[in-house]
Ligand binder design. Structure first.
Ligand SMILES: [Mn+2]
Length: 337
C-alpha cells in the first residue's frame, strides 16, 4: 500500500466520528465516491469490531455520516444507498466530528456550508483528482486520474476491503460521470479494467445510463435546444460560448442543475477548440470550460480564481459577462489549438 493511503487508512481507523462530504451541486463523482467510501468504512468497522471481540482491546463504535450541502440530484437517487446521504439543512445533531473527509473538492470552500461542521479538533482528509487542488487538508491525496471514484477504488482495494454491489455501482457511476461515459481523454486502460471488475459485482451499465442520463426534464431539453440554436462562436479563438441569465432559465422552466453538460455539448462543434458555458447564479457568474485540444483551461479558469483540469475547469466570479468574455479573449492566443 502506498504511504499516503496507509496514513489515511490509519487516521480513519483511529477516528470515531467521521464526516464524509463533497462539493456543492454534487455530481455523480462526488456522490459516487462518497457513497462508496461510506459503505467501505462501514465494512471496515464491522471487521474491526469482530477482530476486537474476545480481546482486551476496547472497540469504540464509530459514527459515520455523509452530508452534502445540496440535495441529491434526481438522476442519482437510483443508487441503492442514496438514502444514506444527508442534506446539510436537515442535519441538526451536535456532533463534534474528529475526522472530516472531503471528496472531489479543489478547495475547502467547494464543500459549502458543510464546512461549518469542522471544529478545532477535526482532522481533515482531502481526496481529489483536480490538479488545481490547493491541498487544504491535514492529509491530502491528489492524483490526476479520471475521477475521485477511481482514487477511491484504488484506496478500497489497497485497504483490503472487499467490493460489493453497492460500492461497485457507486464507483461506476462516478467514473461514468467524469469520463462522460468512457469518452473523455481521461479514459485510460486502467479505467476500463476497473469498470469491467465493477461489472463483475453486478453493475449493469445500461441500467446506470438509463437512470443517470436518460432521465432529463422537459426544461432541460428546451434549454439544450435554446443553447444549440443561439450559441456564439469567437472565430479567431475557436471559442464556442453561451451565457444564460436566471431569467432565461426560468422562462424555459429549467433549473441551474439543468445546465450541466451544455459546455461539453458546445465543444462538439467541429470548429470549436474551447467551449465556455456561463450562468448567472445569485449575483455571481459561474463559468464552465471544456478544451478539445491543447488549450489549458485550468489556467484560464485560474484567472478568475477557479481551476480543475487542463481540459475541463470552472470558476465563479462577480465580474459581468462582458468583462469575463473580454478577459478570456485577450488571454487566449489566436487560433486556440
Ligand atoms: Mn470528479
Amino acid at each position: 500500500m502506498n504511504n499516503k493511503f496507509s496514513k489515511i487508512l490509519e487516521v480513519i481507523k483511529r477516528s470515531n466520528r467521521i464526516l464524509i462530504t463533497g462539493h456543492t451541486s454534487p455530481d455523480g463523482d462526488a456522490i459516487g465516491s462518497g457513497l462508496a467510501l461510506l459503505l467501505a468504512i462501514n465494512k471496515l468497522n464491522e471487521t474491526l469490531k469482530k477482530e476486537a471481540e474476545g480481546k482486551d482491546e476496547i472497540y469504540l463504535d464509530k459514527t459515520l455520516r455523509f452530508i452534502l450541502e445540496d440535495e441529491t440530484p434526481k438522476n442519482l437517487k437510483f443508487l441503492t444507498h442514496s438514502i444514506l446521504i444527508e442534506e446539510f439543512e436537515n442535519y441538526n445533531s451536535k456532533y463534534e466530528f474528529d475526522l472530516m473527509i472531503c471528496l472531489d473538492s479543489g478547495n475547502f470552500d467547494r464543500i459549502g456550508k458543510v464546512g461549518q461542521l469542522k471544529t478545532e479538533g477535526t482532522t481533515v482528509i482531502n481526496i481529489d483528482h483536480h490538479i488545481s487542488n490547493d491541498r487544504f487538508g491535514n492529509y491530502n491525496y491528489i492524483e490526476d486520474i479520471s475521477s475521485t471514484s477511481e482514487i477511491l477504488y484504488n484506496f478500497i482495494k489497497e485497504a483490503g476491503i472487499e467490493l460489493d454491489h453497492g460500492i461497485a455501482e457507486s464507483l461506476y457511476t462516478g467514473i461514468v460521470n467524469d469520463t462522460g461515459n468512457f469518452k473523455h481523454s481521461n479514459t485510460t486502460k486502467k479505467v476500463f479494467k476497473i469498470a469491467s471488475e465493477l461489472v463483475e459485482y453486478g453493475v449493469e451499465p445500461n441500467e446506470i445510463i438509463k437512470n443517470f442520463f436518460n432521465t432529463k426534464s422537459m426544461g432541460k431539453l428546451k434549454l439544450t435546444g435554446r443553447v444549440l440554436s443561439n450559441f456564439k462562436f469567437a472565430d479567431s479563438q475557436k471559442l464556442a460560448y453561451y451565457y444564460i441569465s436566471e431569467a432565461e432559465l426560468a422562462e424555459l422552466g429549467a433549473t441551474k442543475d439543468d445546465t450541466s453538460g451544455l459546455g461539453e455539448l458546445l465543444l462538439s462543434y467541429e470548429d470549436a477548440s474551447v467551449s465556455l458555458f456561463l450562468k448567472e447564479d445569485k449575483g455571481y457568474i459561474k463559468g464552465s470550460f471544456r478544451s478539445k485540444y491543447t488549450v489549458d483551461v485550468n489556467a484560464l479558469a485560474g484567472i478568475f480564481g477557479g481551476g480543475g483540469h487542463i481540459k475541463a475547469a470552472g470558476f465563479k466570479t462577480d465580474k459581468s459577462f462582458h468583462e469575463i468574455l473580454d478577459i478570456i479573449i485577450k488571454n487566449m492566443s489566436s487560433g486556440g489549438k
